[in-house]
Ligand binder design. Structure first.
Ligand code: CTP
Length: 213
């Protein structure tokens, strides 16, 4: 196999509320770091664009640290040229505070309302906005109708493959070392066994490479 260029997004994003507070989610980044490590292990060139995690960057992987969805969007946009395979596994915040307070917000009596707006959808920007023509792999976290929801996401976001995660099952996915996923392709589905994220990452990278023209 020729040396290919991979771009992987991983981890959560952090959306600031004020200088000491932010909104985030439970993503550990493990699946994304395992994907970057697997592609590198197979001899490919890898850039990993990640939100904050406690993980070590796999050896030989180019690393870009970001905090917000907007920063991740800009990093992907700037790095996507000449990429052959893009795997977007980050748990990007869907919403961010409309106003970021410049000073720490002081408490007062009663309730407060935090107004949120949508962040850019990086995966959905890949084809038209970023003119990406390589193999595009997205993730879907679903609690019901796993395959049909993943298939809808595959079409809507112009992906070649969706890694579908049933997040209603205990002991897998967010924050754990194991996962159980189904690869959803335009014409078929491949159910992978419950395994370590490292093992699954190797299978996902292998399948993505078979989709190259
Ligand atoms: N994604 C992204 N940018 C965003 C949001 C999501 O790149 N702002 C990517 C994720 O990295 C993942 C896929 O899109 O590959 C997830 O799609 P999304 O529509 O966010 O689905 P879920 O979060 O799984 O669920 P829901 O449909 O309920 O929003």
């Amino acid at each position: 196999m020729n040396r290919m260029r991979f771009l992987v997004t991983a981890g959560p994003t952090r959306e600031p509320i004020d200088p000491v507070r932010y909104m985030t989610n439970r993503s550990s980044g493990r699946m994304g770091y395992a994907l970057a490590g697997a592609a590198r292990h197979e001899g490919h060139e890898v850039v990993l664009i990640s939100g904050p995690t406690t993980l070590d960057v796999p050896p030989g992987v180019d690393f870009i640290h970001v905090e917000t969805a907007q920063q991740m969007y800009e990093a992907v946009r700037d790095m996507v040229r000449d990429v052959d395979v893009a795997i977007l596994s980050a748990a990007v915040a869907d919403y961010r505070p409309v106003h970021v307070a410049q000073q720490k917000i002081k408490k007062s009596e009663g309730r407060v309302l935090l107004e949120l707006e949508r962040t850019p959808d990086i995966l959905a920007s890949m084809r038209e906005e970023f003119s990406f023509t390589g193999v595009l792999v997205g993730f879907a976290a679903e609690t019901q109708h796993l395959i049909s929801n993943a298939r809808e996401k595959l079409l809507r976001k112009g992906c070649d493959m969706i890694v579908a995660n049933d997040v209603s099952q205990p002991g897998i996915g967010f924050g754990s070392t194991e996962n159980e996923v189904t690869l959803v392709l335009p014409d078929r589905e491949i159910q992978l066994p419950r395994e370590s994220k490292e093992w699954l990452a190797m299978r996902i990278v292998e399948h993505a490479l078979t989709l190259l023209p």
